[in-house]
Design a protein around this ligand. Structure first.
Ligand SMILES: [Zn+2]
Length: 329
């Protein structure tokens, strides 16, 4: 923890597409109270109201003064203005969120992308704790999320748009990116993500109707990760191969990350986590083959250890860092 002229409590808020989770962290960064609020269907006013009310509720329970509040939000934040940019799943676009929430809560407000704050939680208190100050976090869910921590701090870039790891291209002649707002070609998200696995599973099941996967899909099971994972667990070689292929593609991206950042650790989490025992060995092998020495041998590639609280905890840690960086806040 950075030395700071603040020794009170902080609040961390993780805003998702359907719910928000918030925690009150005492001066030793213990969670002393939590809130969980459904936000599906709220318009932007309703969403801001819900955030403000949640912060007020937690603040009223705090024995210490609350020094700041941090928000992890599933969108790019323009850090120059504290504005949410391209909020695909939330009605927050072009809202001057930092000013709005600061005025309504009366607290110093710090905002960041949810994947960035999750990476910070993983580095400080998860797999990276006591191991490294240089951690990359990859989230394999429906898409491919990323966060970068260097020297113990979130890497935001010039205006807050850094760490879009899923949009690293690994194929010059590849398919257009699956993300609707990305103009890229051959982005890793198109090859290693829940969406990519579903596409591969559909293609395989279609071409091999007599395979276990083909029969499962014909029988009504979804052509998605969970079906591939179930059959892989049962020893089906073709489903294991689909997961290994995804891991090998991931490994190409990891080799790029290793060459650029020389991380001490790459932690992988997200919805595909139950398949990491197959995905990670393949990813690690390809990364070691393709990345430059000595960084390729130095980096640990591990499963993330922080659970669903990572956004909330990371948001609180980010708020403390923000206070330390702006002592007048
Ligand atoms: Zn892309």
């Amino acid at each position: 923890m950075q030395a700071a002229p603040h020794h009170g409590a902080v609040i961390g808020v993780d805003l998702g597409g359907t719910k928000l989770m918030a925690g009150l962290f005492d001066r030793t960064d213990r969670v002393v109270s939590r809130e969980r609020v459904e936000v599906a269907g709220l318009d932007s006013d309703g969403l801001v109201d819900a955030l403000v009310e949640t912060v007020a509720a937690l603040r009223s329970e705090s024995e210490d003064d609350v020094d700041a509040v941090g928000f992890g939000i599933p969108t790019t934040i323009d850090q120059r203005t504290g504005t949410a940019v391209m909020a695909a799943n939330l009605p927050l676009e072009d809202l001057p969120l930092r000013d709005l929430l600061g005025a309504r809560t009366g607290l110093p407000v710090f905002l960041d992308n949810d994947a960035n704050v999750a990476a910070l939680a993983e580095q400080r208190l998860g797999a990276g704790a006591g191991v490294t100050d240089h951690l990359l976090m990859v989230t394999l869910g429906t898409g491919f999320g990323g966060g970068i921590v260097v020297d113990g701090r979130i890497v935001r870039g010039a205006i807050g748009a850094a760490a879009e790891l899923g949009h690293m291209s690994i194929d010059y002649d590849g398919p257009p990116c699956v993300a609707p707002n990305c103009p890229g070609i051959g982005c890793i998200e198109t090859f290693a993500s829940g969406n990519a696995l579903a596409r591969d599973a559909r293609a395989y099941a279609g071409a091999n109707p007599d395979s276990p996967l083909g029969r499962a899909v014909a029988g009504g099971e979804p052509a998605r990760g969970e079906t591939v994972l179930r059959l892989a667990r049962e020893g089906d070689a073709s489903c294991i191969a689909l997961l290994e292929r995804l891991g090998e593609r991931l490994g190409v991206a990891l080799a790029n990350f290793v060459n650029i950042f020389n991380p001490g650790m790459i932690a992988v989490g997200g919805g595909l986590s139950p398949a990491l025992d197959v995905i990670l060995p393949a990813a690690r092998r390809v990364m070691v083959e393709r990345a430059l020495p000595p960084g390729n041998r130095f980096v640990e590639v591990v499963a993330a250890t922080f659970g669903p609280d990572s956004g909330m905890v990371g948001a609180a840690l980010m708020a403390r860092d923000g206070l330390a960086d702006t002592p007048h806040a």
